[in-house]
Every structure is written in structure tokens, then in C-alpha cells.
Design a binder for this molecule. Structure first.
Ligand code: FHN
Length: 432
């Protein structure tokens, strides 16, 4: 294959007023629910099960005939998200297995045409979201293990393909047809969340190399913005944003960190609104065996640190095949909700604080107020080189005054022992 250079975004993209407003809303929203749900959920082994267990297409195609989520209640999901303090939902409309969770006319491999359930789950979710004022994003996989025209098969597709060459242009047309449906039949859509770009980069077993296809992002991004100008485009390509994108996401890593190999290096962090996504346990799709549920403390620290970078947190649940969200995830959402109800004003609508988050503390900022989140239970914090003039320093939310000292080296704050919250002690610093 000829290797193509990168940078094929929407040429000369100028976001519309609606789009800029949507970006502002997004930046202030800070907390969303990610949902990975598909026919893979039946097998309880994550959304990569087709690839990981090397299930041939013809065998995997039988799975939809077992998918009958009679316990699915879109309104209950939206309520759960809302109670957790989340402002938006991002759901898998079609994951790498190629199965569409909506009524597509582009093929028959979808929830309405191939399952006993026979109803459009995205339509129900869209209606519930619109009713409850929760914004809806669609995750859309660029990579497709099922479509004949997704060829050349990239890094992940070779062993399960077993089919001949397809026509790439047809595949691009297929994606455009589906995106047109998603942006026409479900009311206002807050964003499209692309994933799978990396599958078409050459892989030598250690690192990714050149891109081997043209994703036609120029046409795809233009189409989306023409259909719904406010619709925010993000692409989990793990690179610096390209033209036409409206936000930048970071998978399982804080912006600019790359501890997992899915992250993005510091030099690739752009100027767009940001979002980090993370799992409650270790899996995106429902996984029966996964017991690695993160503690309340870990989850709270994650949203605080994300906000400390000015970023949103998109926290994932992997609903079960019956349409219910597992108890442990519901519990985590409830805990987050309780915390956000009490402390949300130090997160929502804030910008990155003056100090980058570390394991001891994070800072967020709103106007003249800086919120210092002490994350390690310390009573004493020193903010080096803090030169700004201070009006007062108080504990949040009880507003009791705290003692502080400021000199040329910085600001020293002390919190009484009985006021320490082992998860997060919040101090409100008001500037003059
Ligand atoms: O392969 C996917 C994975 O299944 C999941 O959807 C995550 C979510 O960020 N993204 C991909 C890997 O980059």
C-alpha cells in the first residue's frame, strides 16, 4: 500500500456559532457517561471478544439471534446518569464487531433486523435524553470486523477475516450512509466519538507506523458539520487534533500522559476542549470475570485530576445483555452522585487550575476563585511561587476561615485535623 501522510481533516474548518457554544457547554459539563453495549455483551467477555477469541464472522453472526434485552429501560439509564451528576451520555452506536445498535438501512446487521428484540435501542435512549435534558453523543467505530469492504484489514482484522478483498470506497460510503442516519433520525446529537483509526496504521509488533488507508476525514467531518453544525467531533486517534475536530479525547490517561500506550504525548495536546475516558472496573464492555472495580476514592480523584487539567471525565459502564447495569457500577454511580451534589460547584464550569494535578493535590479555577483539592489527607499544603494577592482562604463547603501565610516563596495553607476529608479536602482561595 502507498503510505498516506496524515492531516486529511476538514479543510479550512471554521466552527459555527452553534458549534462554539456547544464546545463551551462541553467544557463546562465535566462529567459524562460512556456506554459500551452490543451483542458482545452476551458473552460477558468484553467488547473485543470476537477478536480475542478468534470467533469467525459466520459464527459471531449468530450472536444477535440471542440478544433480547427485555430489561432495557432507557429512562432508567438516563436517570442513573443524571443522579450521578453526569451531563451527557456517549453510547456505542456500532463497535468494532460491526453490529449496529440502531435501525440502519446500510445493512441488515443491526438491532432491529437481526435480533428477537427488534427495537431501536438508540432511538429509545435519544428520546429519554432529549426529555431529560441530557446530551447524547454517538461512539462510532471506524474499524469494522464484519464488513467485507473493510479491507485491507488492519492490525486486528486479519485472523478473523477469512474473506477476500473489499472495496475501500464502498466502505467509506457505508460509513457516510450510517452517519447520515445517526444525524438525521435521532434529533439533536451532541457529538460523534470516532474510534479505530489506529487499526489502519502499520504495526510492527511494537509500535504503529504509517497510515495505510485514506479515511476521507475531510468528507466525513464536512458531512457531519453540514448535517448538524453544533455536533462536536472527536477522534480517538491518539494524535494531535486534526482540522474539523471539536474536542480531543484521551483514553485511560490524563491529558498528555501516556502510561497505558493508549494515551497521547504531551506535545500532541491541542487547544480544544478535552475529555478523558476511563472504566469503572477494567473493562469497557460487560465482563463477567472482571472484579477490578475502582474505589470511590479512585474515581473521585480521577474526576478531580481531570478537571485540574481542564478536562471532562467520561466514565464507562458496560450494561449486561438483559439491558440492566450491573450492581457494582450502579453503586459507583451513586457514590459519584453524592459527592458531585456536595462538591460539584468546584468541578462544573471550572477551568484548569494554576497548578497541574499531582498525587497530593489538584486545582481548578472559576473566575476569582481557586479550588485546591487536597487528595492525600495532608493538613499542610505549600503552593510554590503562588504570587497572586489573596482575599481569603476558606474551607469548602462550610466556609470556615483557614490560616495561611504567603511570602515570596509561595503560599502555605493549614487545615485543622478535624476538617480533613481523607478523599478530598477542598479549600477555596479567593483572589483579590
Ligand atoms: O478498542 C477500543 C475499545 O474497545 C474501547 O472502545 C476504547 C474506548 O476508549 N477505545 C478503543 C481502543 O482505543
Amino acid at each position: 500500500f502507498t503510505s498516506l501522510s496524515f492531516g486529511q481533516g476538514q479543510k479550512d474548518y471554521k466552527p459555527t456559532e452553534e458549534n462554539l457554544d456547544a464546545r463551551k457547554w462541553f467544557q463546562e459539563a465535566k462529567f459524562g457517561m460512556f456506554i459500551h453495549w452490543g451483542v458482545y455483551s452476551i458473552l460477558g467477555d468484553g467488547e473485543w471478544v470476537m477478536n480475542n477469541q478468534n470467533i469467525p464472522i459466520q459464527a459471531y453472526e449468530k450472536l444477535p439471534t440471542f440478544f433480547n434485552p427485555t430489561g432495557y429501560d432507557a429512562e432508567a439509564w438516563v436517570k442513573m446518569a443524571k443522579d450521578a451528576g453526569m451531563k451527557y451520555i456517549t453510547i456505542t452506536s456500532r463497535h468494532h464487531d460491526g453490529f449496529s445498535m440502531f435501525d440502519t438501512k446500510a445493512n441488515n446487521y443491526d438491532i432491529v433486523d437481526s435480533t428477537p428484540y427488534g427495537k431501536d435501542v438508540l432511538k429509545q435512549l435519544a428520546d429519554a435524553c432529549h426529555k431529560e435534558g441530557i446530551k447524547l453523543f454517538f461512539y462510532y467505530s471506524l474499524l469494522d470486523w464484519h464488513n467485507d469492504d473493510y479491507y485491507p484489514r488492519g492490525r486486528t482484522g486479519n485472523d478473523i477475516a477469512g474473506r477476500g478483498a473489499g472495496e475501500w470506497d464502498k466502505y467509506i460510503a457505508f460509513m457516510k450512509a450510517q452517519l447520515t442516519e445517526l444525524l438525521t433520525n435521532y434529533g439533536e446529537i451532541a457529538g460523534i466519538w470516532f474510534d479505530g483509526h489506529w487499526d489502519q496504521k502499520l504495526w510492527d509488533g511494537k509500535r504503529f507506523g504509517a497510515l495505510q488507508v485514506d479515511w476521507h476525514y475531510d468528507e466525513i467531518y464536512t458531512l457531519i458539520h453540514e448535517l448538524q453544525p453544533q455536533c462536536l467531533i472527536g477522534n480517538n486517534h491518539h494524535l494531535a487534533p486534526i482540522e474539523g475536530e471539536d474536542f480531543q479525547m484521551f483514553e485511560k490517561d490524563l491529558p498528555g500522559k501516556n502510561t497505558t500506550g493508549f494515551g497521547t504525548s504531551a506535545s500532541d495536546v491541542g487547544q480544544l476542549p478535552m475529555e478523558v475516558c476511563e472504566t469503572i472496573n477494567g473493562s469497557w464492555g460487560f465482563n463477567l470475570q472482571d472484579r477490578q472495580h475502582k474505589s470511590k476514592e479512585e474515581l473521585i480523584h480521577y474526576i478531580v485530576k481531570a478537571a485540574g487539567y481542564g478536562s471532562n471525565l467520561l466514565l464507562n459502564v458496560g450494561p449486561m445483555p438483559n439491558g440492566k447495569i450491573q450492581e457494582e457500577h450502579q453503586q459507583s454511580l451513586k457514590e459519584m452522585g453524592l459527592w458531585m451534589r456536595k462538591n460539584g460547584s468546584t468541578i462544573y464550569g471550572t477551568m484548569a487550575g494554576p497548578f497541574l494535578p499531582n498525587d497530593k493535590f489538584a486545582t481548578t479555577r472559576k473566575g476569582n476563585t481557586i479550588f485546591l483539592h487536597i487528595l492525600d489527607g495532608s493538613q499542610k499544603v505549600f503552593l510554590e511561587d503562588f504570587g497572586k494577592k489573596i482575599k481569603d482562604v476558606k474551607l469548602f463547603p462550610d466556609q470556615s476561615k483557614l490560616t495561611f501565610q504567603q511570602n515570596k516563596f509561595g503560599l502555605f495553607i493549614e487545615v485543622p485535623k478535624d476538617k480533613i476529608d481523607s478523599v478530598d479536602t477542598i479549600v477555596e482561595i479567593t483572589l483579590k
